[in-house]
Design a protein around this ligand. Structure first.
Ligand code: GLU
Length: 370
């Protein structure tokens, strides 16, 4: 019976081999399925790149001079270890400029693209990479015209991508973590650099070179983020996103609004010059609580009465409110107090308000609620 035994042995050997192969196959299937399921479970975050120092490069790692907006978005994503474990990230280059060259045209393009992306169930959050010089302006503009509760986070860096201790990759990692976190929903547009999360409306660039440049001097930061782990400390308390009345649907450009910096004995014809140049609104970066010389104040009154140009009083002081009817009655000069909006942000609100046909009577309320 040697022969049948041999067949039996051969059969059981084949069966064993078959079983091992089946098991191996099943293991591969399960591992692939787990990997696939993990991919499906990851939030989808779109990174829209606009340039800035985060995409800048210098000739040497210890050089402070560099050219902003040199590195493309895919190279930036590839430079951030672990980013693909946070979210299913993909990038899109909307612009590639130093943010001193940011324009209303790019704002409109960016905001329209964000609205389009966030309307899709396939996108859970947006990160915008941006130069730091005007980042607070772009973030505030977006906060007024993006119609979604999904998180939008702007980020950048103070050091170029080739610098020693470049902080851009960690800032981008944290921004993606915020944009993919459900807790960040409904908080409006946020600005995140240096482990901090700020509300777009409240944040300002306070230092020309320091990595801790972004601060919210009046209200403090919204939250913090540490290697992707985050928490929120407060809620933003002005209107934005879905509660904002401002819309850019069909808008191709915004009315011209200029900013005039106030100083002792300032040239008395500055307002007239801006009105003649075509400004439809003017923001005064006033001294103290939005003050200016008598000559300028009277020119503001005349600009409204003769040309319908609305003048908003903000301040050149780094922080603080500009309150209505402080040293004179605003009504007597047709001026509007900016509240705690700095001049650059007051300009954005005035441009949007004018573009929607808002009149002087409603303007003060807008500055106190947006
Ligand atoms: N001027 C550059 C910009 O705003 C440098 C500032 C920066 O990104 O840090 O794009």
């Amino acid at each position: 019976m040697i022969f049948p035994k041999a067949i039996e042995n051969t059969n059981s050997f084949i069966m064993k081999l078959f079983n091992i192969k089946i098991k191996a196959f099943l293991i591969v299937v399960v591992i692939t399925a787990i990997g696939f399921a993990q991919d499906i479970d990851l939030p989808n975050v779109k990174i829209l790149a606009t340039g800035g120092t985060i995409a800048g490069s210098a000739a040497s790692a210890t050089s402070g001079s560099y050219e902003a907006g040199q590195i493309g978005i895919q190279t930036m994503i590839n430079a951030v270890p672990g980013i693909k474990k946070l979210a299913d990230v993909s990038g899109e280059q909307v612009a590639n400029v130093g943010s001193q060259d940011m324009t209303v045209e790019i704002w409109l393009k960016l905001a329209n693209r964000i609205n389009e992306l966030l309307a899709s169930d396939d996108v859970d959050g947006i990160v915008v990479t941006h130069g730091t010089d005007t980042q607070e302006e772009t973030a505030y503009f977006l906060s007024l015209v993006v119609k979604s509760d999904k998180p939008v986070v702007t980020t950048g860096s103070m050091r170029s991508s080739t610098s020693i201790s470049a902080e851009g990759p960690l800032n981008l990692y944290n921004a993606v973590a915020i944009a993919s976190n459900p807790e960040a929903k409904g908080k409006g547009v946020m600005v995140s650099l240096n482990d901090q999360i700020h509300a777009a409306r409240d944040v300002s660039k306070m230092n020309t070179t320091n990595v801790n440049s972004f601060q919210s001097p009046i209200k403090g930061m919204l939250g913090g983020v540490f290697y992707g782990r985050l928490g929120f400390f407060r809620e933003p308390n002005t209107k934005f996103g879905n509660t904002s009345k401002f819309s850019i649907t069909g808008v191709k450009k915004l009315p011209r609004v200029d900013i005039i910096y106030a100083y002792a004995d300032m040239a008395p014809d500055l307002i007239d010059m801006h009105v003649k140049a075509g400004a439809k609104g003017i923001v005064i970066a006033g001294v103290g609580n939005g003050n200016m010389t008598d000559a300028i104040l009277n020119a503001a009154k005349k600009a409204y009465e003769d040309h319908g140009v609305i003048v908003v009083r903000s301040t050149r002081a780094a922080t603080g409110w500009v309150l209505r009817d402080n040293e004179f009655k605003d009504k007597d000069y047709h001026t509007v107090a900016s509240g705690d909006l700095n001049p650059a942000k007051a300009r954005i609100l005035l441009m949007l308000a004018l573009s929607m046909g808002e009149k002087l009577n409603d303007m003060q309320e807008l500055f106190y609620t947006y």
